[in-house]
Design a protein around this ligand. Structure first.
Ligand code: GLN
Length: 587
């Protein structure tokens, strides 16, 4: 196995994850098989308990692993399926060492950070990097390891030491260290400053690791003179100083690396020149350029003339074609909280040559109470909702904003505005329809009201009802489509089942399904026991879909998630034409 280690220096938030995944993309484009590991030096065993407000979204894998959102970047960029073990945390390592210690596996020895923790880290990396993640047999050629945090952090020390040892044991041909750093511009003269990078490289070297490459983040391209300075003071050949300056969209990053011949230098370092070919990044180039052109050009698809003006607006300054999506949720302050949803919308919009324009609406601002307490926010939220071409209610936990989400779902249903409810968003639809159409005023989820008179959404653990730990239904589960005659089946191209990822405890109460179906609602997707409602649709509506699963996790650039695509097509009046042309097999 060949390892590419990506570390970060100077400050956090440099885009280390995007840099590391883009390096993976370039290597993959050269014909290599690539896997990845993300190391998060925090103590949490996984990201499952971390607040999306603080840490961004919790990404969910097929195997039910709740992991850092960077794993989502790797899955999307490399088009792979990772496992929970591809995310290493300090908590996981200590847990495994302590379990061994309790079993007496250390034979009476004193258990220490060095060598026991460091050995556990090395073993973990070696065994996880061998797991195939691209659907093929056998281990990948290269494993990209991203070390979270910044070099010098106390909590990352055991990892640095383990990686140093790993480097030593695998040998120089099998290890490539890329250090991501910042080159800021300061002062009136606007000079590119190399000192922060010098300091962080010195720190890395003091810990026994010498970078083979520097990936310098900067606003503008690095000047030749800056490169020379960095090379001289950081002891890195000038050809190995890569520059990732600001680009219009992240799909440019692999292209930027390719243009600097990063692949050649990395392949040389890893002694892979003979097995790899020139990078084929045609798809990435097209995607990056398509998106740029959406922002910059005036090209209009002839069909757009059919669209209602409120759905597509020409921005006065750049003439882009954009579709407004109302995202009604709880965590709208930090957009990373819904990162995969945002990416899935982007993938779907790009497929339709549209630019997404997300209207972030705090669900609580839509509520009647907000009209009194914060009237301005209330009217702004409603205006944003009314000006949007479609409504998306994403997943969430806890009761904050639930009434606002119910109002948004009701608005979308009554006004025939395309609606996609994901997980909590589907449960919201069920509550709304129970209250508004069935007249069950007390309809609620038992998550929000344990003693709801009409519990239409209830706690349905797969295992024990009384044991509270591990009650979340997590990871890939099968949904059987109940009919081919529904929008979802058509969008997925008529399979008899779909496998999507889940992360929830509550579900539609099977006892009220009959009553709900009398309102016209259809449960077109169920699990294998037919007790769990997975997909709902409202046939009288142009696009009203609720799903208990999270389709966003499996969306990829170039392979948009079927339901997100459906939402965007419906929002721009193109859904019927799309489904018809697909039926005839013409697309
Ligand atoms: N809170 C809801 C549940 O546990 C929805 C979860 C979600 O949206 N991911 O079922």
């Amino acid at each position: 196995m060949k390892y590419v280690l990506v570390t970060g220096g100077v400050v956090s938030g440099l885009g280390k994850g995007v840099t590391a995944s883009s390096i993976g993309v370039v290597l993959k484009a050269c014909g290599l098989r690539v896997t990845s590991i993300k190391i998060d030096p925090y103590l949490n065993t996984d990201a499952g308990t971390m607040s999306p407000f603080e840490h961004g979204e919790v990404f969910v894998l097929d195997d039910g692993g709740e992991v850092d959102l960077d794993l989502g970047n790797y899955e999307r960029f490399l088009d792979v399926r990772l496992t929970r073990d591809n995310n290493i945390t300090t908590g996981k390592i200590y847990q495994s060492v302590l379990e061994k210690e309790r079993k007496g596996d250390y034979l009476g020895k004193t258990v220490q950070v060095v060598p026991h923790i460091t050995d556990a880290i090395k073993d973990w990396i070696e065994s996880v990097s061998a797991i195939p993640v691209d659907g093929k047999d056998g281990p990948a050629d290269v494993c990209v390891i991203e070390l979270g945090g910044t070099v010098g952090d106390i909590e990352s020390m055991p990892f640095i030491e383990a990686l140093r040892q790993l480097f030593f044991s695998t040998g120089p041909d099998n290890f490539c260290l890329i250090h991501v750093s910042l080159v800021p511009v300061l002062g009136v003269v606007g000079e590119q400053k190399t000192k922060p990078t010098q300091h962080s490289v010195r720190e890395l070297r003091a810990l026994g690791l010498t970078p083979h490459f520097l990936a310098c983040r900067s606003a503008q391209p690095l000047l030749e003179n800056t490169k020379q300075k960095l090379s001289q003071f950081c002891h890195v050949p000038a050809a190995n100083i890569l520059n990732i300056h600001d680009v219009p969209n992240i799909w440019h990053v692999p292209l930027l690396l390719r243009n600097q011949n990063a692949h050649e230098a990395i392949l040389k370092q890893l002694a892979l020149v003979r097995v790899a070919g020139p990078p084929n990044l045609q798809e990435w180039t097209t995607r990056a350029e398509t998106f740029d052109n959406l922002t910059n050009s005036v090209s209009f698809h002839p069909d757009y003339s059919l669209l209602l003006p409120r759905f597509v607006s020409r921005l006065t300054n750049d003439y882009s074609v954009q579709v407004k999506i109302a995202m009604v949720g709880k965590y709208v302050g930090l957009t990373d909280s819904y990162l995969s949803v945002v990416k899935a919308l982007l993938h779907a919009c790009i497929a339709c040559s549209l630019k997404p324009s997300i209207e972030w609406i705090a669900a609580s601002d839509l509520e009647d109470e907000s009209a009194k307490s914060t009237p301005e926010a209330h009217s702004k939220a409603w205006e944003a909702l009314r000006n949007s071409a479609c409504v998306l209610v994403p997943g969430g936990f806890g009761d904050r904003g639930v009434n606002g989400m119910i109002l948004a779902a009701k608005y979308a249903r009554e006004n025939k505005v395309p609606y996609l409810g994901i997980c909590l968003g589907m449960q919201i639809s069920v509550i709304e329809i129970s209250r508004s159409i069935l007249g069950w005023k007390g309809a609620n989820s038992t998550e929000f009201d344990e003693h709801a008179p009409n519990p239409v959404v209830i706690f349905m653990p797969e295992g024990s009802r009384t044991h509270m730990g591990n009650t979340m239904r997590l990871g890939s589960r099968r949904t059987l489509l109940q009919t081919a005659d529904c929008i979802t089946a058509k969008l997925y191209h008529n399979p008899d089942h779909v496998d999507e990822r889940h992360r929830h405890r509550y579900e539609v109460n099977p006892e009220v399904v009959g009553d709900l179906e009398k309102t016209g609602l259809r449960f077109v997707g169920k699990d294998e026991s037919r007790q769990r409602m997975e997909i709902l649709e409202l046939p009288s509506h142009p696009f009203y879909v609720g799903v208990q699963f999270h389709p966003e996790y499996k969306s990829r650039p170039g392979k948009p998630s079927a339901l997100f695509l459906g939402l965007i097509l419906a929002a721009t009046g193109q859904l019927e034409a799309y489904m018809k042309s697909h039926q005839n097999g013409s697309i």
